[in-house]
Ligand binder design. Structure first.
Ligand code: SIN
Length: 284
């Protein structure tokens, strides 16, 4: 198994590993250490079955049940409760998977639940000729790069995050009625549960507002932090090839997607590693 950094301090490509075969205890430990160290691991040419993808996810923790298993699936599968399909394919006009179309803003998967997911795994089944890239940002590096005053304004705060993916590129309304949407409150700067690193934990797609702050101040702070995410040099753009397998840490990275042609099929299989409650960073 070999590992080589391919993104700015937080993305590594792992090769010389055939995930259709059993993973040894040594490889298991090493893969977990690399995920904690880097945050994003890219593994090309992994033509996994759904069951093999679940086995791979399980190396990093219990696979999480999908939040919307009622989504239509491309085909019947005994693993439909554990593997979702991210695709723009439609049947009678209805998407057969989730997150169907176009650009998607930066977000952390699962920030709207009490126990945000440790990791997400995507495997590319069909890719578009252009666009549809997934962008990743290292939120440890974003936090480190914040000016001292902005860091001080953020540490110790908590923010509300919602799940409202009907629009994938719009900030949630800070005045929204939270009783109508899935939402959760988390520290704005977390201490990573495994590595202890501090990471910014807000994002433009799901973060609604900071707790205990007037709405205009909260919006201004969110705007400054979002700008820091968008301008971060700790950003990696993944151009998908079929059978690329990518796993990313959802606690200390966030991700987005670029637009892609609606007339072409994009399909990825998605599995999720369960998480735990997030603790605040206690110091700057
Ligand atoms: C996701 O946010 O989980 C999907 C990302 C993608 O479609 O590239």
């Amino acid at each position: 198994m070999r590992c080589r950094e391919i993104g700015p301090g937080f993305v590594a490509q792992v090769t010389d590993l055939d995930l259709t075969r059993p993973v040894t205890a040594l490889q298991y430990g090493q893969l977990n250490r690399w995920l904690d160290q880097y945050l994003v691991l890219v593994m090309p040419r992994q033509a996994l079955t759904e069951s093999q993808q679940i086995d791979f996810s399980a190396l990093f923790g219990p696979p999480s049940e999908r939040s919307r298993p009622q989504d239509q699936r491309v085909e019947q599968s005994p693993f439909a409760h554990l593997i979702g399909v991210v695709t723009n394919v439609r049947d009678n006009g209805q998407p057969i998977g989730s997150l169907p179309d176009g650009e998607m803003w930066f977000h952390h998967d699962g920030c709207f639940i009490e126990r945000p997911y440790r990791a997400t795994v995507l495997r590319a089944v069909q890719v578009t000729s252009t666009g549809g890239e997934t962008l990743f940002v290292d939120m440890r590096q974003v936090y480190e790069s914040l000016p001292a005053a902005l860091r001080a304004a953020t540490v110790g705060r908590s923010a509300v995050h919602v799940f409202d993916y009907r629009t994938l590129n719009q900030q949630p309304d800070p005045a929204m009625d939270l009783s109508r949407v899935r939402h959760a409150v988390h520290p704005a700067v977390i201490q990573h549960p495994r590595s202890g690193a501090h990471a910014l934990y807000v994002n433009p797609l799901c973060t609604v507002r900071f707790i205990g702050m007037p709405v205009d101040e909260s919006q201004a702070l969110l705007h400054e932090l979002t700008t820091a995410i968008l301008q971060s040099s700790a950003c990696y753009r993944h151009r998908w090839d079929v059978d690329d397998l990518v796993i990313w840490d959802n606690w200390a990275s966030c991700h987005a997607r670029t637009d892609f042609p609606s007339g072409e099929v994009r399909m990825l299989r998605r599995s999720i590693v369960s998480g735990q409650p997030l603790e605040p960073a206690l110091s700057q």
